[in-house]
Design a protein. Structure first.
Length: 238
């Protein structure tokens, strides 16, 4: 069985898809929640004929991708005022601005406390809160990456280099050669089980770059309840 990457043009939208040719009689199309499209076609089928068939299902493919897209992360407008809710590790914290306290950001019960004298300036507060989120994310993701890697001891994969930054359309991505993992800083708003799901999903990509059947077989084995975690992640941070 071989897999190739192609692009299907549906109207003005270019949709990348993975084509698997195998011993089967019919054409199968699967759209995954991250927008990836897997097409299975019989050995020997012509790409032109496959593309024509796909274009006929074009409206359905676009509709399904749009449906999943609605669950993917959006950046909410933040005003950085007292009492505003900010999510951290699966909890809703309320912003507490304290000009009379030491200049630091920390969690106190259900409060996200920002101390310091310069608090009337909202852009300063935003910068300090987002710097705090980034440093928490780097620390927590590094920890969770080591924990999740332990499940891959039988496969003997080595730890990818971790980068944390803002990603617009995804929670994480793994480089093709499995040496570099990028995680969305916003993932630190989710609980640890959901963070572990994203990391485990990406670690599975070290062994299977595409979302083919072997990828999902591995993910099922490493994390049998991944679908539940994924759903919680999408509901909480949509
Ligand atoms: Zn993936």
């Amino acid at each position: 069985m071989s897999a190739e990457e192609h692009i299907l043009q549906i109207g003005s939208v270019a949709v990348p898809f993975t084509l698997q040719l195998k011993q089967r009689g019919t054409l199968g199309i699967t759209v995954f929640p991250d927008g990836a499209v897997l097409v299975s076609a019989p050995q020997g089928a012509e790409l032109d004929a496959i593309s024509a068939r796909l274009r006929r299902r074009g409206a359905w493919i676009l509709r399904t991708r749009r449906y999943f897209e609605a669950f993917r992360p959006r950046t909410p407008e933040r005003r950085y005022v007292n009492g505003e809710t900010h999510r951290f590790l699966g909890r809703q914290l309320r912003l507490s601005l304290r000009s009379d306290e030491a200049s630091r950001v920390h969690v106190e019960g259900m409060l996200l406390v920002v101390g310091g004298a310069e608090l009337t300036d909202h852009s300063t507060i935003r910068k300090r809160v987002s710097a705090w989120y980034s440093s928490q994310a780097r620390q927590i993701f590094a920890e969770r990456l080591q924990a999740c890697l332990a499940d891959f001891a039988p496969e003997g994969i080595s730890s990818p280099k971790l980068t944390v930054r803002r990603l617009t359309h995804r929670w994480g991505s793994m480089s093709r050669d499995g040496s570099h993992l990028v995680l969305n800083v916003r993932l630190v708003e989710a609980g640890r089980p959901e963070i572990d799901y994203v990391i485990t999903h990406e670690l599975c990509h070290i062994l299977h770059p595409n979302h083919g059947r072997s990828f999902f077989e591995l993910l099922d084995r490493k994390m049998p309840d991944w679908a539940k975690r994924k759903m919680r992640l999408e509901r909480a941070l949509a």
